[in-house]
Design a protein around this ligand. Sequence first.
Ligand code: SF4
Ligand code: SF4
Length: 496
Amino acid sequence: MDVRAQVSMVFHLDKCIGCHTCSLACKNLWTDRPGTEYMWWNNVETKPGTGYPVLYEDQEQYRGGWIVENGELRLKLGSRRSELVNIAYNPRLPVLDDYYHPFTYRYSDLIDAPAGGSQPAARPISMITGGDLNIEAGPNWDDDLSGSPVYAANDPNLAVLSEEDRRQFFELQQLVYFYLPRICNHCLNPSCVAACPSGAIYKRGEDGIVLVSQEKCQGWRMCISGCPYKKVYFNWNSGKAEKCILCYPRMEIGEAPACMHSCVGKIRYLGVVLYDADRILETASRPEGELVEAQRDMILDPFDPEVIREALNSGVDRKIIESAQKSPVYRYVKEWRMALPLHPEWRTLPMLFYVPPLLPVTATLDQQGNYETETDFFSSLQSARLPIRYMASLFSAGDEAEVIAVYRKLLAVRIYKRAQTVGDISMEAARGALEEAELTPEDVEGIYYLTALAGFEERMVVPPFLREQVVELGIDVQIFQQERGAGFLHWPKRGL
Ligand code: SF4
Ligand code: SF4
């Protein structure tokens, strides 16, 4: 057993309001430089929808991630040799139009306009060339447009639905959408790292954050093709690749990543998990239907004495183990089995997890206008407005049982708390619901607390990393933070 630590996140999608504050916090901090205008290390998509860059989930086109062929795990992109053939011309890259052409307005057209008979207008211009632009796309262009057959109908995940299901899905009274915030998944089996011919991308030993060495990067852009989530970007100004750094300069002084710190819906949970690195290859090579369970299996119990002993042997700091014992991510992913990885079938072992949004109709109005809460799981799930098959395509490599199990838990928590607080459901029925969802009343209180009441310190549990060393050395934490923040392009590899 080779025990390692990984900083990980859970996104509770029922709580996301699609405000994009996270995206703006990230943009203001990291990608407001020339060459980064089109980059959104954090973006929030409307689902169903085509995402950013457009249709990034279509791996027949982009060939990102891994496949198992003749029993062996290999990059879907092809061998190193085929990579070399394509190094000067790579057809598997999104082009600028697949993201969007960054634009601003020529405000001088307004300010300097001579007096005249008609209202002046500011023309849109390219932020790259400065020339006039006909705007055809932008960040979040399909925001809230779930019902539009022009955008949402092209969502690759809808391919798993029958013609009839698709037709019903786009009926007006059926319309529904949810938000999907995305950052780099800091994967355990990162295909971006494997695809890079220069060895410029690496995974930090102490926390598993995946970074691009700006010194080593030669700008080949194979990482962009290799990443199925399209979370590496090319800076046209510096000629280097860039990506989400999980705000490690902030975390090293005890601050939350900017996206998490600013999250209005409090949907994000951050914590350390311990995992067995010896099982990466075997886990990533499993048949599709087993991938979620196998990935969950890799995550180790931080209270198990054997795990603690092996972790210490592998050099994991005792403070990190203590932090893993308080991790909200461990609770959601492993203990309660409620958070699932996005597109596990791409086999990168993503280390961000999502609690899928609960979209069934859970209450109806009776003749007197009173709410009747649904206690029958089966009929609730049957009335799910987004088909389970669609959610399974996103979060469990098509395994509908995984999604249903999570929905059962989400419904059971609501039913039990309603029985407790409103009293219009009998406790007997509520206990039956818990049993069916394999939850105990203690689990429900824990889930309810972490979902609805927990403060920031409980939602973000990271080990102090270098903070104590900084304080011990008598360095002003704020000055340290500024210097590390400003110097992030030099990517110091480890520690001070
Ligand atoms: S999400 Fe993409 S960029 Fe991030 S670690 Fe995984 S493969 Fe690499
Ligand atoms: S800030 Fe939070 S609630 Fe708002 S879009 Fe981002 S993840 Fe969702």
